[in-house]
Design a protein around this ligand. Structure first.
Ligand code: PBG
Length: 354
């Protein structure tokens, strides 16, 4: 028999600061037993570093034309595309659960899609009608709308396409018009998801010039050209329209430092909140953004992340509730102030029950 106390353990330093290199600071076994703080539910609750609540969620909803119809999105089990007359119901439920905001995404009638994406700034388009329906039903929930042309563009791109090139400045002009129209309909937060250069500053100026200095901007500041948007493009019917990929404007997944430059520029241009997207594969970026700028920082747990988890759950390979909560908690731990998540309703209901 040997005494465990005599075993030499390496002295790990958690940080490089002078305090942390001291073994008394870190503690040593056997006097220190980290399992004591994990022994019971009450002690785990007491020492938990992060908490999750409905107030952390933004719920993205898909709206489509028609009446009284819910159309399940097949690649996103549990998510329906709904008609505008059903939007108020969802908004009211989300508000009652304590979810602070919704993000609206439209499935635009293909007949309204044109190369100049003019439907994007039609004041009576699907997004504007959905905003008004929500505002009429409940003032208790914030409304976030994308500034991007893809749902309205017959080329399926976030900007205007000419000879295969996604034009920057002409696209920004249209994004400004789109943003103002959405603000006029009652949108609280414009979320530029298009990744054109300079769009945050231009949208800020356009909103201010139109008297909407109180309308916020949550920029999709570091948005990557990701494979994980597939189910979303099914949901809003942009997959078929999309010619090529989005690599000339969305970021290369290989890059991290560049994300900090993107975020810095958007803050400089007037963004109130910044977002990283996708979510779970990019939590390193979330952490760096939060540490570097201390801004209200959000992450988008995108459609493909949701689809992966639901597919595994359907096969019996993952437990829905624990995997969902763990994934959402990971965003908080990484420094996110909130998460855009298709799990929002489900998770809020679960958290309310517990
Ligand atoms: C489009 C937009 C996309 C998402 C939000 N806004 C897709 C894309 O850039 O192709 C993705 C959301 C998701 O996958 O859940 N501007």
């Amino acid at each position: 028999m040997y005494s465990l106390a005599k075993i030499e353990y390496p002295r790990f330093a958690l940080h490089n600061g002078p305090m942390s290199t001291s073994p008394t600071f870190l503690g040593r076994y056997p006097a220190t037993r980290l399992r004591r703080n994990r022994r019971t539910p009450w002690v785990r609750a007491l020492v938990a570093e992060n908490r999750l609540s409905a107030a952390d969620f933004i719920y993205p909803i898909f709206v489509g034309e028609g009446a009284k119809t819910r159309t399940p999105v097949s690649s996103m089990p549990g998510i329906d595309r709904i008609t505008v007359d059903l939007v108020a119901e969802v908004a009211t439920e989300a508000a009652a659960l304590g979810i602070p905001a919704l993000a609206i995404f439209p499935e635009v009638d293909p007949a309204c899609k044109t190369p100049d994406a003019r439907e994007a700034y039609n004041p009576d388009n699907l997004v504007c009608r959905a905003i008004k329906a929500i505002k009429a039903a409940t003032p208790d929930i914030g409304i976030i709308c994308d500034a991007a042309l893809d749902p309205f563009n017959s080329d399926g791109h976030d900007g205007i396409v000419e000879d295969g090139i996604i034009l920057n400045d002409p696209s920004v002009e249209l994004l400004c018009r789109q943003s103002v129209v959405q603000a006029e309909a009652g949108c609280d937060v414009i979320a530029p998801s298009d990744m054109m250069d300079g769009r945050v500053g231009a949208i800020r100026a356009a909103l201010d010039a139109a008297g909407f200095e109180q309308v916020s901007i949550m920029s999709y500041a570091a948005k990557y050209a990701s494979a994980f948007y597939g189910p979303f493009r099914d949901a809003i019917g942009t997959k078929k329209a999309l010619k090529g990929d989005k690599k000339t404007y969305q970021m290369d997944p290989a890059n991290g430092d560049e994300a900090l430059r993107e975020v810095a520029l958007d803050i400089d241009e007037g963004a109130d909140m910044v977002m990283v997207k996708p979510g779970m594969p990019y939590l390193d970026i979330v952490r760096r953004v939060k540490d570097t700028f201390g801004m209200p920082t959000f992450a988008y747990q995108v459609s493909g992340e949701y689809a992966m988890m639901k597919a595994a759950v359907k096969n019996g390979w993952l437990d829905n509730d624990t995997a969902m909560i763990e994934a959402l908690m990971a965003f908080k731990r990484a420094g996110a102030d909130g998460v855009l998540t298709y799990f929002a309703l489900e998770a809020a209901r679960l958290l309310k029950r517990d």
